[in-house]
Design a protein around this ligand. Structure first.
Ligand code: PLP
Ligand code: ZN
Length: 500
């Protein structure tokens, strides 16, 4: 719809302009730092940062119902910069001019209701929110769209040429960073650090295809992270891990979309999300808090973080009820939820901080963490996909988490759950292959359920004079014989009954 066709009172709010006053705020010493440069940690104490908009006037002067109206009308606007996560411009990074926003089709991923069989199986109604339908096939694009828009804006404002962006990755961060950097051609180049052998072939092909420098090092993600932190402290590079708080802002859009898609009624909702480096759960909590404070929603939904028993530091922390509990990193074991296989999540201080605020605002406990087994993750993923979903292993982890949370009474039968399927199933098809072919390394501790296995069936009718092959097709009688014999074998296999 063209801007002049919108109703008069809403028209002025349709196309936002920069009005924010963003600062980094340290979660440890509470110092504020100017957002005019890229910071990852507090220059004063080394603490983790989050971004805050100090000019809250625009947000506070607008009542919740008007915000709802603005966002609902913005759905009809045909301006690319406002089609993705920046539909919620004022709540994300309202300092970036619209012409610096990079839009590659991220955000507004569909929520798909589980079919009846799956709903009956789980005993609760739920949706998968398919974040694998983002441009690089994972939710990481939400955060990258914001971080790269910010870098694009800073590069223009400060006349910088060619920024080198780097990240450590369990696969998807690098795919996303490389994609957005490739789009920005001249101004940003990217390099990614991966733990050799710990990303899937599909994930490895993505940054290679986008033209990034791909560096593989020994160890696991946590080792890569240490190396890029060292690089970011010592050299001129832009760090694109979720330590970069611009990414958190973009990822908050996941919560905003859930609010909007449920017409802002989220009291009976429960969000299930896998936890790796904990940037995603940080953003999800923060997003709901912002909409709650601004009056767009009247209640805060439950949030359930899910961890595999092979990489469960956050679960362990919250399992300890004592007031003097301390966070202890764990060393990870092989996990099919490989994108979440992290023993020392950099966003842990953010999680502790926001979970406390979230529960306080809600007036009761609304943030939980559950633990699931590798077996449960695989069985859940395969089962989900046999019912028309496209869940990755981490999406399976969300579903296994739903079962665990229901058993533990965290989720009630009347609740409606939204499961974050954080990437596309195809990125993790190697785990499905291992399951179906029975070739799981014992370290994963997964035994395939034979009723869920599926493998291709070779059909080769015996005793024919000739068989077709690429480059040497059959014709005439030979072709007829081949078609007839093969069709009969297939019909036998499928137990088809002949037409009378
Ligand atoms: C990065 C990632 C995660 C983990 O998210 P965090 O923000 O690191 O907790 C989960 N699933 C997929 C597919 C990912 O790429
Ligand atoms: Zn500090």
């Amino acid at each position: 719809m063209k801007i002049n066709d919108f109703p008069e009172p809403i028209r002025d709010h349709m196309i936002p302009s920069p009005s924010g006053d963003m600062v980094y705020r340290c979660l440890t010493c509470e110092t504020e730092h100017d957002s005019g440069k890229l910071l990852y940690t507090c220059p004063r104490c080394g603490g983790v940062l989050l971004l805050h908009n100090k000019n809250s006037e625009t947000i506070e002067s607008t009542p919740g119902n008007q915000w709802r109206e603005i966002f609902d009308y913005r759905r009809m606007l045909n301006i690319p910069a406002l089609k993705g996560i920046f539909r919620y411009y004022e709540f994300i990074a309202p300092i970036i001019p619209l012409d610096k926003i990079v839009y590659l089709g991220e955000g507004h991923t569909p929520m798909i209701a589980a079919n009846k069989r799956l709903t009956d199986m789980m005993g609760v109604r739920f949706y998968f929110k398919n974040d694998g339908l983002n441009p690089s096939a994972s939710f990481k694009d939400r955060g990258m769209a914001c971080a790269l828009s910010y870098i694009n804006h800073m590069a223009a404002a400060n006349n910088l040429d060619r920024i080198l962006a780097i990240c450590a990755s369990t696969g998807d961060t690098s795919a996303s960073a490389a994609l957005y950097a490739a789009y920005l051609e001249e101004s940003v180049a990217s390099a990614v650090l991966l733990p050799k052998g710990k990303v899937t072939p599909q994930q490895l092909s993505q940054p290679l295809g986008s033209g990034a420098v791909v560096i593989q090092i020994p160890g696991v993600f946590d080792d890569c992270m240490k190396v890029v932190e060292e690089l970011a402290e010592t050299y001129h590079v832009a760090l694109l891990n979720s330590k970069n708080s611009w990414r958190i802002l973009g990822q908050e859009s996941f919560s905003y979309e859930i609010c909007q898609d449920f017409d802002y009624e989220v009291a009976d909702k429960a969000i299930l999300v896998p936890i790796g480096n904990a940037g995603n759960i940080t953003a999800i909590m923060s997003g709901f808090i912002k909409f709650y404070r601004a009056g767009l929603i009247e209640n805060l939904p439950k949030i359930v973080g899910v961890q595999s028993s092979h990489a469960d530091p956050v679960f362990r922390y919250y399992s300890d009820d004592s007031p003097e509990r301390v966070f202890k990193p764990v060393s990870v074991r092989p996990s099919v939820a490989q994108a979440a296989m992290i023993g020392n999540p950099v966003s842990m201080p953010r999680v502790v901080n926001l979970a406390e605020e979230y529960n306080k605002l809600a007036g009761k406990r609304r943030v939980f963490v559950v633990q699931v087994t590798e077996q449960e993750i695989m069985d859940a993923m395969i089962t989900a996909n046999r019912n028309g979903n496209i869940a990755c292993t981490q999406g399976g982890e969300s579903m296994a988490g739903l079962a665990a949370a229901t058993t533990r009474g965290i989720i009630d039968p009347e609740d409606i759950a939204v499961l974050d399927s954080t990437a596309h199933a195809l990125k993790f098809s190697m785990f499905q292959d291992m399951y179906f072919s029975g070739r799981f390394d014992p370290a994963f501790e997964v035994t395939p359920d034979s009723s869920l296995k599926n493998e291709p069936v070779d059909v080769v009718p015996e005793g024919l004079k000739a068989y077709p092959a690429p480059g040497s097709p059959l014709d005439g009688e030979l072709l007829q014989e081949f078609v007839k014999a093969t069709a009969d074998r297939v019909a036998g296999l499928l137990k088809l009954s002949p037409k009378s």
